[in-house]
Design a protein around this ligand. Structure first.
Ligand SMILES: [Cu+2]
Length: 143
């Protein structure tokens, strides 16, 4: 008999909790639907890109092979050179392992960087990050 009583009590407690949860969820829905029409901005404006001038020393990567199968280092250098020359995205991996896409002033840097593929060099430019992707724009080879 005591077992039934406990089971009944826990069902009552559960339904009270789930009702409270539904009210809480409804309050969230109302709050967010009220807030949305007030400021209509494109998604890109909500999270501003970070920008800073940086100098990065690291290995020039062919990003296609790096992302696909971890292609990097001296053993991959000739493939990286071919890939970068052919126009695939080029990047740099710094000594902490952070990877940046590299571009010039709104133009590709592949011809400039192909000879350095698989080698460690220093580049300088404007670092921008958005949606988890890092890029150095207006990149120049420092050494
Ligand atoms: Cu490659």
């Amino acid at each position: 008999m005591k077992t039934y009583w406990l089971a009944g009590l826990s069902i009552l407690a559960f339904s009270a909790v789930s009702q409270a949860h539904e009210e809480h969820a409804a309050a969230h829905t109302q709050a967010s639907s009220a807030a949305v029409p007030a400021v209509q901005q494109p998604a890109s404006a909500e999270v501003p890109a970070t920008q800073e001038q940086i100098t990065v020393k690291g290995e020039i990567l062919d990003l296609a092979c790096y992302l696909d199968h971890g292609g990097e280092g001296a053993g991959h250098a000739s493939c990286a050179q071919t890939c970068v020359e052919s126009g695939l995205p080029v990047g740099i991996k710094d000594e902490q392992g952070k990877v940046y896409l590299l571009i010039g002033e709104h133009k590709p840097l592949n011809k400039t960087l192909a000879p350095y593929a698989g080698k460690t060099i220093t580049v300088r430019g404007k670092a921008v990050s958005r949606a988890g992707i890092n890029m150095i724009a207006n990149a120049e080879v420092v050494e």
